[in-house]
Design a protein around this ligand. Sequence first.
Ligand SMILES: [Zn+2]
Length: 271
Amino acid sequence: MDYIDPHIHMVSRITDDYETLSRMGCVAVSEPAFWAGYDRGSVDGFRDYFRQLTEVEPKRAANYGIQLFCWLCINAKEAENVALSREVIAMIPEFLDHPNVLGIGEIGLNKNTKNESITFLEHLELAIKYEQSILIHTPHLADKYQGTRMILDMLSDDSRINRDRVLVDHVEEHTIGEVLDRGFWAGMTLYPVSKCTPERAVDMIEMYGPERLMANSAGDWGPSKPTAVPDLIFEMRRRGHSETLIRKIVYDNPIEFFSQSPNFNNHFQSR
Ligand SMILES: [Zn+2]
């Protein structure tokens, strides 16, 4: 089955992974900007990273028939440095017209600090000013519930935010309900060490239905499995779900959400 991974960090993966993804049916990926495993020292470090996401990585993906789209931001971990964050946010518009850029992300919170919130709100201003979609990272484990609530409150407090254009990622059983109830899109991250397994993701699809719901691998430089979305497809088949429902989660829904970004509409090619 053709599928799209809506959240995967291919800059961290080897070329063999592209080949495997392609053989498993992956036709497109969306790659949010994230933490590189170390704090970058200057705005130029981010400028080079954004060139990698917009110029280099799409070519590597295209060699295997995969279209690579991306999102730009300074991630929540480095957002603790408000001065650097402001420099990065001021530089991002240089890249927004690039044909593979879908919006601002993955922004959010890490340790739920005041500085992270300041940078989050300034990213929202950027997204509103340039009419960009938003992709959100919610915190890990112990910080997830409170951090997700803080994020949803900041989003809901701003009437200029169009909730149809916001994807809240890494939802789990204790956060998915509120994300969907408040009218946002939700992403389930299938991760071997935390977040969510394919089995738990299918449970959530069965409990909440398929509307505004997607699944991703978040494949990155840590323990992660870039082929986790096919694992979800297999688990849904094993439980007897229809091909139509499976396709909605792994293909139709990502297209519906991404199509709100003009660059996706203009450049995505379905097979
Ligand atoms: Zn990520």
